[in-house]
Design a protein around this ligand. Structure first.
Ligand SMILES: Cc1cc2nc3c(=O)[nH]c(=O)nc-3n(C[C@H](O)[C@H](O)[C@H](O)COP(=O)(O)O)c2cc1C
Length: 239
């Protein structure tokens, strides 16, 4: 009797497993359009240039904070270059800016105006260094709200784009404890200076803005509390 029951149970179990496999593969098929939508919201950036017209010395000499911008949009090439200078992959998994223990706690967000970058809709984007893509967070021109979040520094509204340097402290403090906080701030300085110098090299201007209400910038970017904005860097052609 027991043997018979086992004999019936085995095919039943197999049927169950088969139906699970079938239903999960159907689910995968249902996910196909979603995947396409995800791909559409990822913009592959042009490959960065590793040579330029201006020497590091010249860029250092010319670098000045700019707070008066033309409304001319940037090109996709220019925004790609600026993001690469800040956090781009340069060798293996390593990036353009040094990072304590290669823990890489920083992420760059881009607030794109209307029009901010040729061929790119207004919106909030996250730069993904490993795949050199911009991931759309949300559509819309948020420059006015960003300027207000930065204590109404209105030049932020005029700049076609702003790059926001955001930290996830845990990535570095998990290894270095409290001292990791210091390391993260140092790293933001490196990234900021790289963006300053690259902007010079592209005949663009920027300014490192540290005066803002953290929670308000977080709201503009739609990022969670554990991500702390450290710098807002409006970029554009100097007027
Ligand atoms: C940590 C930090 C925070 C800053 N915050 C602001 C800011 O909120 N608004 C602003 O207009 N400039 C800001 N600046 C830019 C400085 O005002 C600027 O670097 C300084 O006046 C020197 O001018 P230079 O950058 O042209 O050499 C900041 C700079 C640093 C390093």
């Amino acid at each position: 009797m027991d043997l018979q029951r086992t004999e019936i149970m085995v095919p039943l179990r197999m049927l169950l497993v088969l139906s699970l496999i079938l239903s999960s593969s159907l689910c995968l098929n249902q996910n196909v359009p979603l995947t396409v939508v995800e791909k559409q919201s990822e913009i592959v950036l042009p490959a960065p240039h590793v040579t330029g017209d201006m020497s590091v010395e010249e860029a250092l000499k010319k670098r000045r904070s700019v707070r008066d911008f033309q409304d001319t949009p940037l090109t996709l090439d220019q925004i790609s270059q600026l993001l690469w200078a800040g956090q781009g992959i340069t060798e293996g998994f390593k990036r353009s800016a040094p990072s304590a223990g290669a823990t890489y706690p920083l992420t760059l967000y881009v607030v794109v105006g209307d029009p901010g970058v040729e061929g790119l809709g207004a919106g909030i984007y996250e730069y993904v260094p490993t795949s050199n893509v911009l991931r759309l967070i949300k559509e819309g021109d948020y420059r006015d709200r960003l300027a207000v979040a930065c204590l109404t520094q209105l030049f932020i509204e005029d700049a076609p784009v702003s790059i926001v340097i955001v930290a996830k402290y845990e990535k570095t403090t998990a290894r270095y404890g409290e001292r990791g906080i210091r390391y993260v701030h140092m790293e933001a300085g490196h990234v900021g200076e790289n963006i300053y110098l690259q902007a010079e090299g592209l005949a663009l201007g920027t300014v490192a803005v540290g005066a803002f209400i953290d929670q308000d910038v977080q709201q503009v970017l739609s990022i969670p509390e554990e991500l702390t904005p450290l710098y807002v860097m409006p970029v554009g052609y100097p007027r």
